[in-house]
Design a binder for this molecule. Structure first.
Ligand SMILES: [Fe+2]
Length: 337
């Protein structure tokens, strides 16, 4: 933990609440062995047995922290070190074509288990990454300037699902690193910290419905047509009156040069208050996708992250969409809400 505590300190200086936890090596080994003995597969990530098992191995302080991300005063970011990974992970990704994963699915089971122990339900959108839970984030479009998780270019500040109204967006994102030889970090900026650096005029503009957010290229909608939100604000408040943000990097468009300048000021402020979180295999960064923006610097080579969308309740999604498979929602209805 001592290697990592500077991240917490850096964020604290910028007014961002971050907590860190580390799995104990022995309990990770026990957990991995038990998953193996149970013969779980990737199909069991949402299974009750997997969730019950996770509850035995995820320390209660860790689960409480994850649960509180969506609460009235919880942390914006929870960093977890030492998630159980497949024993085959070492060497596997460097010698195997992208897209293949060890079959035991230990990391996927553990990631979904951690979310579940934290009272969160893992889910996905059918038209994004085939609805996989969790989804693999590989740079499949290397060298192309793709403004999405499919590329390896500089990915500007955004929250995931920005084209959707906020109650239908993933409130929590969990990013687990499986393979990261280029040591590419993930940058996260808390919106409270960023807004504290803005002048009142910019804040006022960002609170007005003067921005349209388009769906990213990872959302395969309506035969590839460009889908945009109605004019919406960038800054809003959630049910606890906490400030939340809607920004889809290059997919957010302002209505006037004045609003464009306010948007640019927010991008700059996010740069100022962000920290690059280095992620070794087994590190999980869980954070509020509503109160934080994230970005990724240009990187060379490859990296595999597994991304989980998680929410305390799926009621709003169930009411607004069709659940095509357990916890997988058709996104087209949601975009039109
Ligand atoms: Fe993202």
């Amino acid at each position: 933990m001592s290697n990592h505590s500077n991240i917490r300190e850096l964020y604290r200086c910028m007014g961002t609440n971050v907590v860190e936890y580390e799995f104990d090596d022995d309990s990770v080994e026990d957990w991995r062995k038990t998953m193996d003995e149970q013969g779980f597969s990737r199909d069991d990530v949402l299974d009750q047995q997997n969730r019950d098992l996770a509850r035995r191995f995820v320390p209660s302080a860790m689960s409480s922290a994850i649960k509180s991300i969506c609460g009235p005063s919880g942390p914006d970011i929870v960093i977890i070190y030492g998630l159980p990974l497949s024993e085959q992970d070492t060497g596997f990704f460097s010698s195997t074509p992208p897209g293949l994963l060890p079959e035991d699915a230990i990391a996927e089971l553990a990631l979904c288990g951690v979310a579940s122990a934290g009272g969160l339900k893992a889910f996905s959108y059918d038209q994004e990454k085939d609805g996989d839970i969790p989804a693999n984030i590989w740079p499949v479009a290397v060298g192309k300037n793709v403004q999405s998780s499919d590329g390896n270019g500089d990915l500007a500040w955004h929250g995931d699902g920005g084209v959707l109204s906020w109650p239908l967006r993933p409130p929590v994102l969990m990013l687990a690193t499986r393979y990261n030889p280029s040591n590419t970090g993930t940058r996260i900026a808390s919106i409270d910290a960023a807004v504290s650096r803005l002048d009142d005029d910019s804040i006022e503009i960002l609170e007005q419905p003067r921005f349209r957010h388009h769906a990213p290229t990872t959302f395969n909608l309506f035969g590839g047509r460009l889908i945009g939100s109605p004019p919406s604000p960038v800054l809003e408040r959630d049910n606890f009156e906490r400030r939340i943000v809607t920004l889809s990097s290059s997919n957010t468009h302002a209505d006037t040069p004045e609003a464009e300048r306010a948007l640019q000021a927010l991008h700059d402020a996010a740069d100022d208050v962000s920290v690059t979180i280095p992620t070794d295999p087994g590190t999980v960064v869980a954070f509020s996708n509503l109160r934080c923006l994230h970005a990724r610097p240009l990187f060379a080579g490859t990296r595999l992250l597994q991304r989980l969308y998680a929410a305390p309740s799926l009621q709003a999604l169930k009411a607004a969409s069709i659940e095509v498979r357990p916890n997988v929602f058709a996104v087209e209805q949601l975009v039109l809400q």
